[in-house]
Design a protein around this ligand. Structure first.
Ligand SMILES: NC(=O)c1ccc[n+]([C@@H]2O[C@H](COP(=O)([O-])OP(=O)(O)OC[C@H]3O[C@@H](n4cnc5c(N)ncnc54)[C@H](OP(=O)(O)O)[C@@H]3O)[C@@H](O)[C@H]2O)c1
Length: 347
């Protein structure tokens, strides 16, 4: 069975940004590729914007664990469904969507498993929506599935001004959880306070564990992106029965730690990688996001945190921006114009 398209001609080729070889930002080049065809269960999205994630930097450098090809960058996009493959309903055609991808989002078109699409939340621009999927899926799946932080308890979020951190701070605050967070500059401290953080610690000037202990704050959960350097201190600050969720290891993945706090305080040490999860788990995460998180965007309780939007061909600059870490929230690449939003396309 052939894919069904919107009644507009589709091009044969598209522009995509690929890493020509493992290396620094300069290996990113614009290339022509054949237009992907949606397979069974897939939709073809004309990309409006793509999110840039720290994982893209690792993948470009050839350091991403697993099977991700160096070339196929881009874990999330927003755009318009222009074609659907067998097994996907025609009602998706023309819809404005955001999509979670295993890669390939730095392009004008991408074929996506239809279950990994979500509508653009009402009130969010199609461009901003490009930065929602990776962070919300990571934060929601690690903090809220299946256990959730109890309102009034403390959550410690490391790197609160990162794409991930800005989402975690807002989501927890919206659920009545008290949030402590680490950042690396006064400007970032103001940014996360504005997102609802109750306590902000500058990790370049203060030791987060000392700061929390001096105030008698014992988090129920730590969401950690730093890894080795913070692991022992994360265990030290947790309340009895608390859990550390490691989702990144920017300081290194190998740690030698004293296990005693695990036994003494009945702690849980866990972690996960969104990209490595099987499709059926991602299906469930995305269904959960639409049910539980999208209404928070639609009511304005949480907001997208777009720091910069650059054209697709300036992907190298976007990567440098993340490497220098002066950004707050998300950096996006603009691939093409959106449709004017209509109730029909957002339904
Ligand atoms: N496991 C998963 O499924 C998953 C999914 C998505 C992302 N992640 C991980 O989540 C992390 C954030 O991703 P992103 O795309 O949002 O990255 P990002 O926007 O580039 O942010 C990286 C952040 O790390 C912070 N940071 C660096 N060293 C720190 C330290 N010692 N203490 C506290 N914060 C520190 C930086 O803040 P300062 O510059 O202020 O220090 C910066 O805000 C990455 O490690 C990424 O790999 C994991």
């Amino acid at each position: 069975m052939r894919p069904r398209n919107l009644p507009h001609p589709l091009p044969q080729h598209m522009r995509a940004v690929v890493a020509s070889r493992p290396g620094g930002p300069d290996v990113l080049t614009v290339t022509q590729r054949a237009l992907p065809r949606p397979a069974r269960g897939e939709a073809l999205v004309r990309v409006v914007a793509a999110g840039v994630n720290r994982a893209d930097l690792m993948q470009r450098a050839g350091h991403y664990p697993g099977t991700a090809a160096v070339a196929d960058l881009g874990l999330e996009v927003s755009g318009i469904v222009v074609s659907v493959g067998p097994g996907v309903g025609d009602d998706l055609l023309g819809r404005e969507v955001c999509a979670l991808l295993p890669g390939g989002g730095y392009a004008e078109y991408v074929a996506v498993r239809a279950a990994h699409l979500a509508p653009v939340p009402a009130g969010v621009s199609t461009v901003d929506a490009a930065g929602l999927m990776e962070a919300t899926a990571t934060v929601w799946s690690n903090l809220y599935m299946p256990d959730k932080p109890v309102p009034g308890s403390w959550l410690l979020v490391h790197g609160g001004a990162s794409g991930i951190g800005a989402t975690a701070v807002q989501l927890a605050a919206a659920h009545g959880v008290r949030v402590a967070t680490t950042v690396g500059s006064p400007g970032k401290a103001r940014f996360v306070a504005g997102l609802g953080a109750d306590l902000v610690i500058d990790h370049r000037r203060q030791d987060f564990a000392d700061e929390l202990c001096e105030r008698g704050i014992r988090p129920a959960v730590v969401l950690d992106i730093v890894g080795a350097d913070y692991l022992q201190r994360n265990l030290r600050v947790l309340e009895r029965g608390g859990r550390v969720v490691v989702i990144g290891h920017q300081s290194g993945s190998r740690a030698s730690i004293d296990l005693e706090p695990l036994l003494r305080s009945n702690l849980t040490l866990t972690g996960s990688g969104l990209r490595m999860r099987p499709d059926h788990e991602k299906d469930q995460i995305i269904a959960d996001l639409v049910q539980h998180v999208w209404p928070l965007y639609e009511s304005g309780a949480i907001v997208p945190t777009t720091h910069a939007v650059l054209p697709l061909e300036r992907a190298a600059e976007a990567h440098r921006l993340l490497e220098q870490s002066h950004h707050r929230g998300k950096v996006l690449l603009l691939a093409g114009p959106g449709l004017p939003p209509t109730p029909e396309s957002r339904r």
